[in-house]
Design a protein around this ligand. Structure first.
Ligand code: VG1
Ligand code: CO
Length: 543
């Protein structure tokens, strides 16, 4: 086998963010750029000679090209075997499962998740470890350090692999297996959920619709929802993965999945509607006439998980990212299990899951998952909801109202200001942060500030500490405001403002969310001067 050593100079901007390195496609197309990052990953790892590497992506533009490059580089660097999803496709949770099941050393997941795709849109690369989860900060820091000094990459001269045929062959001294990306994952779902009960519910007329947003979950939805559960195929939308997601953002929120939302609120709505994102790890859950916020969905799934066979023995604990609402905390308290609050990003859940300290975790950004893999999992959340509905034999709206009646309702919203100038965003955060210690006791917008801080996470498993994970302002009465800058964007900065208010009184559970949060929203503006500092009159996206 011919291995070439290609000389390169470091690229200064290869710092992994919340979930790997995300840049515009033309940046990844800069000669040597993609290779420099992949080589920096390999150079930061020890002991993978002869081991297995999983490679897959969300099918976006440039996916196939980078997969070929990654295969050649894996061979040149000494991996013994690569597993690649057919067509270059693997949803993020399916990749996590495959890494675990095959005993792989790790995996490369090629995705920019919910960001748009195409020749001038976004691409991303991230590394997952043998546990199946995103590399922890210790490793991503090492990768970034390596990108700063890298001077060569190794690549084997092998022909392009035919990604469209499953099969096993040898090239470049390495075994290459192109595998069905769906089968193992679908089988895993059958071990967790009562497919008979769900099939019976659907056969009995319960209508389910799913929007795959022209992204990776189409083939998974067809196999699991249609073929194994009997959902009407006409109710599965945008099920063919496209390199540009049909020109849309594959982001299952109320802006980009508005058509689904509108239908779910109409008289002829199906019983249950859902959508997933570019790489299949997020979920949007809407019942007929009722939208379930991701924070509420986490709480409701945790409260009912024991109704599914995979969780019949109950939960070891629950974990949520800090900006996620406290709705799940109330469930953990009632169940008498541990509750953990981590920084944003799935990589922080890995240690807790590995140590058996939690079973279910979730984020306000529409990510929910469990210890079955080490990534959030969109279809898993859909199936857990369907399993709960099949057992409880109630409508979504009744289950949601029941939950609020028992635990109170936590009104929740996130306001995003996208692509603002980086300097302006940093100044806003700095100004707020420098005044944090003086805020306690201050009155703002009819609320009284109880305390404020910058969130620091102490990992209870390995003792690592992560600073600067978001600014928190707590008000008397339990409302909360959080500010942080996104770590997944590719143009400018994105300011995220998270607001919540708990309402125990059932007679006040039917307010419009933005109205219910009005004082907290006003406090955000007063404290951070968002309009003046960003130059924006209103958020880009409200979820
Ligand atoms: C966002 C979300 C975060 C999520 C991350 C990756 O990060 O807020 O909750 O884990 O995306 O999700 P940020 O730094 O932009 O706020 V995905 O589906 O993009 O892999
Ligand atoms: Co995603």
């Amino acid at each position: 086998m011919m291995i070439r050593t290609v000389k390169i100079s470091p690229f200064p901007d290869q710092k992994p963010g919340t979930s790997g390195l995300r840049k515009k496609v033309p940046v990844f197309q800069t000669p040597g750029y993609t290779e420099a990052f992949i080589q920096s990953i390999f150079d930061s790892l020890d002991g993978f000679k002869g081991e297995t590497l999983v490679i897959g992506g969300d099918g976006r533009y440039y996916n196939r090209h980078v997969i070929q490059t990654a295969i050649r580089m894996a061979a040149a660097n000494g991996f013994g075997r690569v597993l690649v999803g057919q067509g270059g496709i693997l949803s993020t949770p399916a990749a996590s499962h495959l890494i675990r099941k095959s005993g792989a050393f790790g995996g490369l997941i090629l995705s920019a998740s919910h960001n748009p795709g195409g020749p001038t849109e976004d691409f991303g690369i991230k590394y997952n470890t043998s546990s199946g989860g995103p590399a922890p900060e210790k490793i991503t820091d090492a990768i970034f350090a390596r990108t700063g000094e890298i001077d060569r990459y190794l690549i084997a001269e092998i022909d392009d692999v035919d990604l469209d045929q499953t099969g096993t062959f040898e090239a470049g001294g390495m075994v290459i297996e192109v595998i069905d990306p769906v089968a193992d994952y679908a089988d895993l779902m059958e071990t967790l959920f009562d497919f008979d009960a769900m099939r019976a519910m659907i056969a009995g007329g319960f209508k389910v619709t799913f929007d795959a947003m022209h992204a990776v979950t189409g083939p998974y939805a067809k196999e699991i929802l249609v073929r194994r559960l009997g959902v009407n195929p006409e109710l599965i939308y945008n099920a063919t993965p496209l390199e540009d997601f049909g020109g849309h953002h594959p982001d299952p929120n109320l802006v980009h999945a508005k058509a689904l939302f509108d239908w779910m609120m109409a008289d002829d709505a199906p019983d249950f509607g859902a959508a997933s994102d570019g790489d299949g790890d997020r979920n949007l859950i809407i019942g007929k006439g009722v939208f379930v916020t991701p924070s509420d969905s986490l709480a409701m799934l945790a409260a009912n998980a024991h109704l599914a066979p995979g969780y019949k023995d109950g939960l070891k604990g629950i974990a949520r990212s800090m900006p996620t609402s406290g709705a799940a905390d109330r469930v953990a308290e009632k169940l008498g299990v541990e509750m953990h609050e981590t920084p944003t990003g799935w990589k922080f859940f890995g240690n807790l899951l590995d140590a058996g300290r939690c079973t279910i975790c979730g984020e306000e950004s529409a990510g929910t998952g469990s210890d079955h893999v080490r990534e959030k999992d969109g279809l898993w959340a859909v199936l857990l909801w369907l399993n709960i509905l099949a057992v409880r034999k109630q409508s979504m709206i009744d289950i949601v109202h029941d939950h609020w009646a028992s635990y109170g309702r936590t009104y929740y919203s996130r306001h995003d200001y996208e692509a603002i100038e980086i300097d302006r965003a940093n100044q806003l955060i700095q100004a707020l942060e420098s005044g944090l210690s003086d805020l306690a006791g201050r009155q703002v917008a009819s609320l009284t500030i109880e305390r404020a801080d910058s969130f620091t996470y102490h990992d209870p498993v390995d003792g690592s500490v992560s600073h600067n994970q978001g600014l928190r302002i707590f008000f008397e009465g339990g409302s909360r405001l959080v500010f942080r800058l996104s770590g997944t964007g590719t143009s400018g900065a994105t300011l995220r403002v998270y607001m919540e208010r708990h309402e125990p009184d059932p007679s006040r559970h039917d307010q419009e969310t933005q109205a219910a949060l009005a004082p907290v929203i006003e406090a955000a503006e007063t404290l951070a001067e968002i309009r003046k500092r960003t130059g924006r009159e209103a958020p880009t996206v409200i979820t």
